[in-house]
Design a protein around this ligand. Structure first.
Ligand code: CAA
Length: 379
């Protein structure tokens, strides 16, 4: 067992850190206030290979592996959590193509995703189907050479920006999970439109929209995997996605820690720096220790993925612990800042809002506990 990163992993981390500190961090506050999607920065990330990190070299990707991906995503999230979810969801959308796509689908989509020429999205959630995707009602009916889709999807990250969307819909008559199928949906598909853009608490510089399907014609060749396998495809993709959200949570938490230390050293009360008070030191110590624990859980899950071992339980553990940890870290960071932390002028106000969704999307903490309990009780 080794706790050392390889030189390649270290290099990728430093490359992502350098990019994030120069190109994202100085502007993240403004993007948040203006609710502006940082299209230019995302384009540059595509050029650096950050948007399709796990795509193998044969499809033009870096084939960097899940550990490197996690390290890079942590750095991006430290600087701008909104950009981190854009990156995470694009990586999430290439995974099912890689695992379940035909040769033709792989060469058509993976290469542009790897080069950052395409952005991806992943559409599962519906108004009445959040934690329980098996209750979705958006339906694709077979019509010879195409499927006709009617319904809608909600809260779709990258939805108005994506060139390719992994769309999960109902196809069979089976009411539950077995009647779902996955499709590759492209922007220009007739009958597909982007609906309302959401006003969110945090991650205000990321794209979150509704997708609408009105007799939308998806060509048969865009079916991903077998008809009826959509639920499994979604679950397999979410296993990897959860490593991404754990990594995003880690980046946010590290930013909270650094902001807390910086502020505590500078702020003077009762005639001395507040960093000299044990009450403040304990908050900083708890966050630092919890970040370390979350980092190892996350890298262990990523390492299992790289080794081709099952990692469903580990990804859920990492996501559960890291996301709840990020929320605690953000709470403490605002507490260390006192009244200033409540003001938009200070970065921790944004971090507090950005952290909140990490324990909700890609499976709530309650869903992660279901997954973990099932796995542990089966062992
Ligand atoms: N890998 C492979 N197969 C899996 C699997 C996994 N991780 N998890 C389940 N399956 C398979 C099961 O083996 C089972 O197969 P069979 O039918 O052949 O037996 C089938 O899928 C059904 O599994 P379950 O009985 O466990 O299904 P369930 O209905 O009890 O659901 C759940 C389990 C874990 C709660 C699941 O529904 C779930 O993860 N819900 C949360 C959904 C979610 O994360 N949504 C987030 C949307 S995406 C998002 O947020 C992205 C974004 O934009 C940021």
């Amino acid at each position: 067992m080794s706790f050392q990163l390889t030189s390649e992993q270290e290099m990728i981390r430093l490359m992502a850190r350098d990019f994030a500190r120069r190109e994202l961090e100085p502007f993240a506050g403004q993007w948040d206030r203006e609710k502006r999607f940082p299209a230019d920065a995302v384009g540059k990330m595509g050029g650096l290979g950050l948007m399709g990190m796990m795509i193998p070299a044969e499809y033009g990707g870096a084939g960097a592996g899940a550990v490197s991906y996690s390290l890079a995503l942590q750095e991006i999230a430290y600087a701008c959590a909104s950009t981190a979810v854009t990156m995470s969801v694009t990586n999430l959308s290439s995974d099912p193509i890689l695992q379940f796509g035909t040769g033709e689908q792989k060469s058509r989509y993976l290469t542009p995703l790897a080069r950052g020429e395409m952005l991806g999205a992943f559409a599962v959630t519906e108004p009445e189907a959040g934690s329980d995707p098996g209750s979705m009602t958006t339906r694709a009916e077979e019509r010879g050479d195409h499927y006709r889709v009617n319904g809608s999807k909600l809260f779709i990250t990258n939805g108005s920006r994506a060139d390719v969307v992994i769309l999960i819909t109902r196809t069979g008559s089976d009411k539950a999970n077995r009647g779902l199928s996955a499709f590759l949906l492209t922007r220009e598909t007739p009958g597909f439109t982007v609906g309302r853009s959401e006003e969110k608490m945090g991650l205000c510089a990321s794209d979150t929209v509704e997708l609408l399907f009105d007799d939308c014609r998806i060509p048969r060749e865009n079916l991903l995997g077998k008809e009826g396998s959509g639920f499994k495809i979604a679950m397999v993709a979410l296993d990897s996605g959860r490593i991404g959200i754990a990594s995003q949570s880690l980046g946010i938490a590290r930013a909270c820690l650094d902001e807390s230390i910086g502020y505590a050293k500078a702020r003077r009360q009762f005639g001395r720096s507040i960093a000299s008070f044990q009450a403040i030191q304990w908050m900083i110590a708890d966050t630092a220790a919890e970040i370390e624990a979350a980092a190892w859980l996350t890298l262990a899950a990523a390492d299992r993925k790289d080794q081709g071992l099952p990692f469903t339980k580990e990804a859920s553990m990492a996501k559960l612990f890291a996301s709840e940890m990020a929320n605690r870290a953000a709470y403490r960071a605002v507490q260390v800042h006192g009244g200033y932390g409540y003001m938009k002028e200070y970065k921790v106000e944004r971090l507090y809002r950005d952290a909140r969704v990490t324990s909700i999307y890609e499976g709530t903490s309650e869903v992660q506990r279901i997954v973990i309990a099932r796995e542990v009780m089966q062992e």
